[in-house]
Design a protein around this ligand. Structure first.
Ligand code: HSE
Length: 310
């Protein structure tokens, strides 16, 4: 059997005013390992799935397998046997890009096992198609803060900033899940011109903040007008948590992806980060009993192939 192991970061989709466009990679990872025997033209792979926390489907509905299968199909050859192992530190269905990480891991591992012919661009195209939006897949693949979009079948991604050393993120992770599918059904068909303008302003300023490392700009620009106002009913206490984070010293706070995790963008100072984390947990206490907080840095490398464990 031949084995490939890939380490993929969690991501914050949207980053406030960048709905479906802006995203940030975090130093919080999922590791996907795929082992296969010989590749042949026969499309009847025998699949075995082992994951450490036991929470993912073990059949051909598994999203790592479905992502890997896209690559095998593309290559025109399939393994007779395929063993998928995953170990995931990214909370599932909490808006931290766990599905993008799993898919990117599956695509990259399968690509390597097929001879590594796909470029990062092709990997991004497949991952964005499977995800339905590119804002988690792009930073998961490239690292840092990325702007991304899809034009027809082609995804485009630009890395705005890679080394955000003096920025830390305090994550407030509630004990309930929000399905992205459901959270994409809450939007009105039209939005007011005023909201569109405010959104353009804040998106542009946020990009400048990340590009120039001028995080104080985030205080003004992190506010969103396109998705958060409609999703707050799915994340009770959202605005209270935002306020508590800023009062405790964060530059600003956003709903991570479609939630329910709230990400506070903080200076690189452990005392401040812990204060922000505790304040957010307190503020969300009425709505979620087992909320926890986590302080993480920004990942600047994106997904990478690592040595398989012996
Ligand atoms: N941009 C996507 C959304 C991210 O907000 O629906 C989901 O993680």
């Amino acid at each position: 059997m031949k084995t490939v192991r890939v380490k993929v970061p969690a991501t914050i989709g949207n980053l406030g005013p960048g709905f479906d466009v802006l995203g940030m990679a975090l130093k919080l990872y999922t590791v996907v390992e795929i082992s296969i025997d010989k590749l042949t033209k026969k499309n009847n792979t025998q699949l075995a799935i082992e994951d450490k926390d036991g929470s993912v489907p073990k059949d051909k509905k598994n999203i790592i397998w479905l992502a890997a299968k896209e690559v095998f199909e593309n290559h025109g050859k399939y393994p007779g046997k395929c063993i998928i192992k995953s170990s995931n530190k990214i909370p599932i269905a909490r808006g931290l890009g766990s599905s993008a990480a799993a898919r990117v891991g599956g695509i990259m591992a399968a690509n390597e096992l097929c001879g590594g012919k796909l470029s990062k661009q092709q990997i991004l195209n497949i991952a964005s198609k499977l995800e339905g939006h590119p804002d988690n897949a792009a930073p998961a693949i490239l690292g840092g803060v990325c702007i991304s979009s899809v034009y027809g079948d082609e995804a485009r991604a630009v890395q705005l900033s890679r080394r955000l050393l003096d920025l830390k993120v305090a994550l407030c992770v509630p004990d309930f899940e929000v399905s992205t599918e459901k959270a994409r059904r809450v939007f009105p068909a039209r939005i007011a011109r005023r909201d569109a303008c405010m959104s353009l302003r804040n998106f542009s300023l946020s990009c400048i903040a990340y590009r120039q490392g001028d995080y104080k700009l985030l205080g003004e620009s992190v506010k969103d007008y396109l998705h958060q106002p409609y999703r707050k009913k799915l994340v009770p206490g959202m605005e209270r948590v935002f306020k508590s984070a800023v009062t405790a010293g964060a530059y600003g706070a956003v709903l991570s992806g479609s939630g329910p995790t709230i990400a506070a963008l903080c200076p690189d100072n452990k005392v401040v980060c812990d204060r922000v984390g505790r304040a957010m947990v307190r503020a969300s206490g009425k709505y979620s009993k087992k909320t926890m907080y986590k302080i993480v840095g920004v990942d600047g490398k994106g997904a990478e192939i690592v040595k398989p464990r012996r």
